[in-house]
Design a protein around this ligand. Structure first.
Ligand SMILES: [Zn+2]
Length: 99
């Protein structure tokens, strides 16, 4: 059993970046369609560090057999829709248990 992570969508808020952000060199580089696999402990190679911080506890729970987050949130109980912490460029990741 492992966890599959798929990059589903990305939004970029140019107006908020203009108003509040210093130019950064290491913005999230995830692209829609990127796919990663993890055992719930090790960050997949090349994956956004900030996104992994958010995803890791859920991936770990799924690997340990916990599911049904927030009591009925996801149609697939063994999954979650999560996002990177960068609020200027939210990226949505679908994580699911695969055999
Ligand atoms: Zn990111």
């Amino acid at each position: 059993m492992k966890i599959k992570i798929t990059v589903m969508k990305q939004t970029i808020y140019e107006d908020l970046m203009e108003m509040y952000e210093n130019k950064i060199e290491h913005a999230c580089l995830e692209k829609i369609g990127n796919v990663y696999y993890t055992d719930g402990i090790k960050k997949p190679d090349g994956m956004c560090d900030s996104a992994w911080e958010t995803i890791m506890p859920f991936a770990k729970d799924l690997i340990n057999g916990k599911d049904n987050f927030y009591d009925g949130w996801m149609r697939n109980k063994k999954s979650a829709m999560l996002s990177c912490n960068d609020g200027f460029r939210p990226v949505s990741f679908y994580i699911e248990v695969v055999e």
